[in-house]
Design a protein around this ligand. Structure first.
Ligand SMILES: N[C@@H](CCC(=O)N[C@@H](CS)C(=O)NCC(=O)O)C(=O)O
Length: 238
């Protein structure tokens, strides 16, 4: 297969766009990066690429694909690798179902608490949401990370893999932000959050390895992202 022509419309500040950067890095695919200014109204040409005006968007040999989870899944399917097995065997289909269930669980049971821990109207709301976030990770995520591997030697990524999987492609950008935004210098998340998470053996191993992976940390502009998030929260709370 000749190398596809890939254009990624992105902004490195965006965690959803970050997913596309992670999958492209992990697959070693060359691409052109076009930065979309998120502080001004989208220009008409970009609304033709993506009528929703969001980043990321992917142009793959001229075909446009939008929505970060769909972009990530598409690239991982089009370029078979360690990220996700194909669906044409029962084992492959099962692993894909496990990944999809994990993604659904994180998005529906965990992420809403994180969002409130960051954006809640009062300090009390934010603290309570932080506690609910940790409790949801303990209940929902901890058992899904390394099922059947208790007491065995295994890699740190989803299912005990020693390489990134589609799960880390989808959640790496959020894990790296969680760790960054909980630093006291940014004063964005309750400082006790990371201490509580450190007690969750599976989650802490997974999150540490993921946030430190070269494909995840390569393009994360920590300080700019933290300051921008802070400014946005301040204007929302006004
Ligand atoms: N569901 C979308 C969310 C993407 C998204 O919200 N991107 C934000 C930047 S982080 C955006 O483009 N915002 C532009 C705007 O709201 O004007 C995805 O997963 O791709």
């Amino acid at each position: 297969m000749s190398a596809p022509k890939i254009i990624l419309y992105t902004n490195r500040i965006c965690p959803w766009a970050h997913r596309a950067h992670i999958v492209l890095a992990e697959l070693g695919l060359p691409f052109e990066e076009v930065t979309i200014d998120l502080d001004t109204p989208r220009e008409p040409w970009y609304l033709e690429v993506n009528p929703r005006g969001l980043v990321p968007s992917l142009s793959y040999n001229g075909e446009i694909i939008t929505e970060s989870a769909i972009v990530s899944q598409f690239l991982a399917d089009a370029h078979p690798s360690h990220l996700v097995p194909p669906s044409n065997t029962p084992e492959g289909a099962l692993q894909r179902a496990r990944i999809a269930f994990f993604a659904d669980t994180y998005a529906s049971k965990v992420a809403p608490h994180y969002n409130t821990a960051l954006r809640g109207a009062t300090a009390e709301d934010r603290k309570a949401a932080g506690e609910a976030f940790v409790a949801a990770i303990k209940k929902e995520i901890e058992p899904l990370l390394y099922p059947g591997l208790e007491g065995k030697t295994h890699g740190p990524f989803f299912g005990g893999s020693d390489k990134l999987t589609l799960v880390e492609v989808l959640f790496g950008s959020f894990l790296i932000r969680l760790h960054a935004f909980a630093k006291p210098e940014y004063d964005l998340l309750d400082a006790g959050l990371l201490e509580s998470l450190a007690e969750l053996k599976n989650f802490s191993r997974w999150a540490e390895a993921t946030k430190d992976h070269p494909s995840v940390k390569a393009i994360f502009p920590e300080k700019v992202a933290a300051e921008r998030t802070k400014a946005k929260l301040a204007s929302v709370r006004k």
